[in-house]
Design a protein around this ligand. Sequence first.
Ligand SMILES: Nc1ncnc2c1ncn2[C@@H]1O[C@H](COP(=O)(O)OP(=O)(O)O)[C@@H](O)[C@H]1O
Ligand SMILES: C=C(OP(=O)(O)O)C(=O)O
Ligand SMILES: [K+]
Ligand SMILES: [Mg+2]
Length: 499
Amino acid sequence: MTKIIGTVGPKSRSVEVIEACLKAGMSVARFDFSWGSDEYHQETLENLKKAVKNTKKLCAIMLDTVGPELRVLNKSEKPIALEADATVTLTPDTSMEASSEVLPINYANLAQAVKQGDTIFVGQYLFTGSETTSVWLEVVETKGQDVICCVKNSATLAGSLFTAQASQVHIDLPTLTESDKEAIATWGVRNSIDFVSLSYTRHAEDVRAVRAHLSKYGDLNQTQIFAKIENVEGLKHFDEILQEADGIILSRGNLGIDLPPEKVFLFQKAAMYKCNMAGKPAVVTRVVDSMTNTPRPTRAEATDVANAVLDGADAILLGAETLRGLFPVDTISTVGKICSEAEKVYNQSVYFKKTVKFVGEPMSHLESIASSAVRAAIKVKASVIVVFTSSGRAARLIAKYRPTMPVLSVVIPCLTTNQLRWSFTGAFQARQCLVIRGIFPMLADPRHPAETTNATNESVLKVAMDHGKAAGIIKPHDRIVVCQKVGDSSVVKIIELEE
Ligand SMILES: Nc1ncnc2c1ncn2[C@@H]1O[C@H](COP(=O)(O)OP(=O)(O)O)[C@@H](O)[C@H]1O
Ligand SMILES: C=C(OP(=O)(O)O)C(=O)O
Ligand SMILES: [K+]
Ligand SMILES: [Mg+2]
């Protein structure tokens, strides 16, 4: 029921591998514009479309922005050896060649932002933080625009793309860069992206700016914004960001470097609790780094995945493991198996009570219906909850109460017009359910009636049940809870299946 987002790249872009990833449980594909060209990502996406068609498994698309990412530029791609206790200079002079003495960076104001004693981390793109290709630097002094640092550990930087992170320092670069705007306006529009994953979100205003940008591009007003919390600055403004965003990504890769290690777990628990209470999806990153190169996770990583589920995560985001890892498919299925074990012991009843109390009274009608549907489903041991929705709101509210059984979200398309052209909503809303724990969306045929009125017509409910049976989540004699509108009123009903 916990969803898996895979970052697609060199090791996960053929039709065959993507098909295997979908079958193993990937339901969202992340395209990271921190690297790769429009054409490269487009080629991967065309393969994804074929894989979706072949496997008949839905997959949502997430565009991940670059944002104010600091980079060390290594044009020659020659490995750079750094010795502990040596001195190295970070310079914005990008005409310099990277070497053991000088590292050119893409940011002119670093010297103004840092002070003596600050730490700067430089690592390979999608670093784990523990490999021998990452280095910790300590600022000794600044000279003009240059930052002179002492190397804290011996390391060899290899490859062309290195990201840098100066701990707890404000970087005065825009959160949505010009190249991000361009990527959304071209690649994003062309591919009707379901989600923007907004790197280094630091303020609610950052989310509002993306929302305004998206609204310029027709259908993209339906695109959801997931704020990536990657540093202490974003953490400080978490509550206001959560209000504005459609979901949150706890980007532990960067955050784990910005925060002292002993603080990471607490932030994770607090942030996920807030997301759960707000009924907004929470995504956790960097779970099984070691599976990038080995077929099994470490015990600590395996336990961490389970704990993320117990803490309330909706989805797990895989980075290096699927992008450049040797075992992309095994990683997805291993993480999926751990999640499903954790779901079995998740204390739903304690969580349910806590949520009802948090929401307080009077509840909105829809929230009251949604929570009642979950309660009824648990009491009658229903195998599935079927919910009708157009906006996805009812399905999200049901998921908020963390039912122990799958939620089949039957999305009914709605015809809308901007007075120039007709269009259907529904496809975005269905795919956007693919990041929420427990929801399994399907698109309904708008020509069918909600329920059978005579023996010959095919109803939406019947199609949904057949879908559930085919997926193995509905069996003969099962009980099913259905949440739908009849006339003007929302109803929850319980159905006993015969055969
Ligand atoms: N097309 C539909 N047919 C039957 N019931 C529906 C339909 N769309 C929504 N509902 C029900 O209406 C109520 C409001 O759901 P909500 O998701 O907020 O609706 P909408 O998608 O129209 O915003 C819920 O009980 C939901 O199950
Ligand atoms: C997912 C993360 O960010 P990036 O886009 O750098 O992979 C992270 O920091 O955990
Ligand atoms: K990124
Ligand atoms: Mg990051």
